[in-house]
Design a protein around this ligand. Structure first.
Ligand code: NAP
Length: 575
């Protein structure tokens, strides 16, 4: 049995990339004024930058928070050690955090019904918040949020969501299945934790690591993350809004596709209008760059992001063509951009814009508020294109996925097929192979359009390619079992048994708002812009993937800067 009062070593026994991932976890940093706790005799798990960030953040802790860590030697061993080191670090950073370590065989484990190693409980005497598995990746952010919530006793739920939960009269257990590299997962976990803080009498919330607890993931047929299961029965696949989450938690009915689960007109209107010079919709590279440039020009600027910051780059496993970085993970690159942008502007996440009105000022309505600005930049990005074949939508989240970075962990030691022949398809195939999956690629032509370097890497890995082949059907009942493909040269059909299908067949512009406003679009549905990123309507601009073109990170960044400079010029001229 490990001695939990002793310092642990941080050598190769920690989970792979733990340092790097924790650096990501702490990289939402604002300009720092607090020095990092440092004691040269102590072996820290967290890098100095994260410690400095957390030290500043934890200055705002009000009450003490107990973190109870349960482990069993020999089970999920590197993750056990990670948990105890992580929690020990947090306790050294703030005296308000009280760590306790116990064995899975202890009475305490029995008392709290803890059966899996590692498990972390947050403030267990007051709340039912638990991590089943180590928060060693993106979801480390959710642990930090849970600590802040438990310390303040405030859930941070919107007023309407709190009112919905007031109606709850029966117990609810929300399990959110996550993977360490899923950028959408922490937000879903935090929403579940908020609910547990709002109604500690009836709601328990659990973050489950799919990689460490694959048996649980299989039991609940988890094929994509985040995947939320309520009371072991009702499922929500993907990141869902807080409004939808609480409504489904209450009713155990699906509100998928419904904008306002509460039946209201959508805008809850409980906050005062926010006024600014420039409103940017979309927090990917284009929006973040524009924000930096605009704010530095003196424009009062804000970013509204419907989901989570980063856009598609946050789910790009590796980027090798962004100058200055010969190889960097997409999430690390975007975290650096976000950190820089946050120095200048406020970024509001999880607030999709429902409607834009153009009058003397531009107005954007969300469920939570009204935002008014002199100019609007649409940096809404693009979404994955779908095949439109039978089985694709039915099995989405049950083996069909668009995000190798999020869901790849579920397919370790299993077979997957990647569809497409561009950079995304080849990058995803290499990433999945690297995770330990057995991978094949299906491409409709006899040559890839992906970069030579990536194609060479694919050859080197001996990843088989089904050339000149199209997918006609994805087969399976509760989960993907096979695909039926047809060879376009000889017309022959064949079945390929597989566990997962990763689609990477290009993108379509997220131009819904632009269409509603009546902006001119191109023939492929992207927003038409001039060379200064002006759209067909004065004071409305667009940048990044939503404008079509070559859709590279560097071009999105370049367009963001051009848009901001144009906006500054135009608004200055207006006086
Ligand atoms: P893409 O370059 O447009 O490639 C889409 C692929 O899907 C093509 O090979 C296309 O086949 C195939 N396809 C399209 N519709 C299909 C259908 N209905 N059925 C079967 N196959 C279909 O898309 P992407 O790979 O997502 O890349 C999008 C942009 O992001 C590109 O500009 C790319 O360079 C960039 N990107 C960059 C990086 C990086 O730099 N690290 C990584 C990912 C993406 P055809 O070849 O026959 O048209």
């Amino acid at each position: 049995m490990a001695n939990w009062n002793q310092e642990k070593k941080t050598d190769g026994t920690t989970p792979e990339n733990a340092d790097e991932e924790m650096a990501v976890a702490g990289s939402d940093a604002k300009p720092h004024t607090v020095s990092a706790p440092s004691d040269h005799a102590v072996k820290w798990l967290l890098p100095e930058k994260s410690r400095r960030y957390l030290a500043e953040l934890f200055q705002g802790l009000r009450g003490d928070v107990t973190l109870l860590v349960f482990v069993k030697d020999g089970v999920n061993e590197p993750y056990n050690q990670f948990c105890s080191e992580f929690v020990s670090d947090l306790a050294r950073i703030s005296t308000k955090i009280n760590p306790r370590f116990a064995s899975l065989d202890s009475e305490l484990a029995q008392k709290h019904a803890v059966r899996r190693s590692p498990t972390i409980l947050v403030q267990p005497e007051t709340y039912q918040i638990r991590f089943t598995g180590a928060p060693a990746g993106e979801e480390g952010k959710a642990l930090i949020e849970a600590i802040l919530m438990a310390s303040s006793g405030e859930s941070g739920l919107a007023e309407m969501s709190a009112k919905i939960l007031d109606q709850l009269q029966e117990p609810r257990h929300a399990q959110v299945f996550v993977s360490p590299t899923c950028p959408y997962c922490p937000q879903q976990v935090v929403t579940a934790f908020r609910a547990a803080v709002q109604r500690p009498d009836l709601i328990s919330a659990e973050c489950v690591e799919t990689g460490e607890h694959q048996d649980l993931a299989l039991r609940f047929n988890v094929g994509a993350v985040p995947h939320t299961v309520i009371n072991a029965d009702h499922a929500m696949i993907g990141l869902v809004s807080e409004e939808r989450f609480v409504a489904e938690l209450l009713t155990l009915q699906s509100f998928e596709g419904s904008e306002s689960p509460d039946g209201s007109a959508g805008h809850q209107g409980h906050s005062a209008p926010v006024d600014m010079d420039l409103l940017i919709i979309g927090g990917g590279p284009a929006g973040l760059t524009a924000a930096i440039y605009a704010a530095r020009s003196g424009l009062r600027t804000m970013i509204l992001e419907g989901k989570t910051v980063g856009g598609q780059i946050a789910v790009t496993p590796i980027v090798e063509n962004y100058p200055g970085f010969s190889s960097v993970s997409g999430v690390a690159l975007v975290e650096m951009m976000v950190e820089q942008a946050r120095r200048y502007v406020q970024i509001v996440q999880g607030e999709p814009v429902q409607e834009v009105k153009i009058g003397r000022r531009v107005e954007a309505l969300t469920e939570h508020g009204l935002y008014r600005a002199r100019a609007l930049l649409l940096a809404t990005g693009a979404s994955w294109r779908t095949l439109g074949v039978p089985g694709e939508s039915e099995l989405f989240g049950r083996g069909v996925s668009f995000c190798a970075t999020c869901d790849g962990y579920l397919y370790k030691n299993r077979h997957v097929l990647v569809i497409g022949g561009g950079n995304t398809a080849v990058t995803n195939a290499l990433y999945l192979k690297n995770l330990g999956a057995s991978v094949g690629v299906i491409h409709r032509r006899d040559a890839f359009r992906a970069e030579r370097q990536l194609v060479d890497a694919l050859d080197k890995e001996h990843i088989p390619v089904y050339w000149n082949s199209v997918v006609e059907e994805i087969l399976g009942t509760d989960a993907v079992q096979a695909v039926r493909i047809r060879n376009l040269h000889d017309g022959e059909a064949s079945h390929i048994p597989t566990d997962g299908v990763f689609l990477a067949i290009g993108e379509t512009a997220n131009a819904g708002l632009a269409r509603d406003i009546g902006l001119q679009l191109t023939s492929d549905g992207s927003i038409q812009v001039d060379d200064r990123m002006r759209t067909s309507h004065p004071r409305i601009y667009a940048a990044g993937d939503v404008t079509g073109g070559v859709r590279q990170i560097v071009t999105a960044v370049g367009q963001g800067s051009v848009a901001a400079l144009s906006i500054f010029e135009d608004l200055s001229r207006e006086g």
